[in-house]
Ligand binder design. Structure first.
Ligand code: C2E
Ligand code: MG
Ligand code: MG
Ligand code: MG
Length: 284
């Protein structure tokens, strides 16, 4: 009944669209078209943002996708990831990201004989596709290394899906020592019930909480409480969006385990990451 009403109304609704919405839809269609082309034509690349522990030792990197479209210029992931999800392109893009990041990081680690973990962001649609876990295993076999510690970052939006679907996947990940990180913690609405129901290994405190930690007492108290809660639940706690030494100092005082943000390093392409890792290895 719904879809009939929609079909009948399409023309009328179209008339009601403001110019803005119309432009927006056109742009979205353009992005979708260009995205098909992008995956085939090497326009998608990855950058890696270092994650340090309390001793300022590199313990991991987060892979972040970049798209420089020959036609549309730079498009941020926050714009094209949702479009890829809506248009069914996410499994393919997600697979590409998984393969490429494992390959680049494994090659680098072999070259420098060092080891640190790789965190990969996985969107809802990608995570619940039927063979997600099998594809992940295949990717490790083809491009990765059994030694490479892996973390899968998910967001709270994943939990609109039924636990019956999610838990078996979490279980299999656990059996293979693949960590589960809850990204952007604190921004969703179901944060706490999620912590209760899913085997989360790492909490990533959202940047929006870290931003005003130096001057806002409420934010300070919240971050402190999140860290304590994470520790009580035996989870690692990582703070993202660290932009100053002050941020790092306060978080460190509260017992935060891991640090990520522009103050430590911006996301780096694989060549820049090699220079970064080399510098750190020389210091140690
Ligand atoms: P996220 O996973 O929470 O990633 C953190 C974002 O914060 C990244 O933006 C990173 O560049 C930025 N960031 C890190 N440190 C700082 C800082 O100190 N200051 C500021 N202002 N920003 C900082 P980016 O790369 O634009 O990614 C945005 C979001 O897009 C990500 O949020 C993630 O949800 C999504 N995304 C990125 N790459 C992928 C991917 O490969 N797959 C999926 N599914 N989503 C991705
Ligand atoms: Mg992330
Ligand atoms: Mg985040
Ligand atoms: Mg985010």
């Amino acid at each position: 009944e719904n879809s009939m009403a929609m079909a009948k109304n399409t023309k009328n609704q179209y008339i009601f669209f403001s110019q803005d919405v119309h432009q927006q839809l056109l742009k979205q269609a353009k992005i979708e078209q260009a995205l098909h082309y992008a995956i085939e034509n090497n326009e998608i690349s990855l950058v890696y943002q270092p994650q340090l522990n309390k001793q300022y030792k590199l313990c991991g990197v987060e892979a972040l996708v970049r798209w420089h479209s020959s036609e549309l210029g730079f498009i941020p992931p926050e714009v094209f990831i949702p479009i890829a999800e809506q248009t069914g392109l996410m499994p393919k893009l997600g697979q590409y990201i998984m393969n490429k990041s494992m390959n680049e990081i494994t090659v680098l680690q072999h070259k420098l004989s060092t080891l640190f973990s790789l965190a990969i962001n996985v969107s809802v649609k990608q995570f619940i596709q039927l063979n997600f876990f099998e594809l992940l295993m295949q990717s490790i076999e083809d491009f990765g290394d059994k030694e490479l510690p892996l973390t899968i970052e998910i967001t709270e939006s994943l939990f609109i899906e039924s636990m019956d679907v999610l838990l078996p996947i979490f279980e299999k990940m656990k059996q293979h020592q693949i960590s589960l990180a809850l990204d952007d913690f604190g921004t969703g609405y179901s944060s706490l019930s999620m912590l209760r129901e899913a085997p989360i290994d790492e909490l990533k405190i959202d940047k929006s909480f870290v931003d005003h930690i130096t001057e806002n007492n409420i934010d300070k108290a919240m971050v402190k409480s999140i860290i304590n809660m994470g520790k009580n639940l035996k989870m690692r706690v990582l703070a993202e969006g660290i932009e100053s030494l002050e941020h790092a100092k306060i978080l460190s005082k509260y017992g935060c385990d891991l640090f990520q943000g522009y103050y430590i390093s911006k996301p780096l392409n694989i060549k820049e990451l090699e220079v970064y890792v080399n510098t750190i290895l020389k210091k140690n």
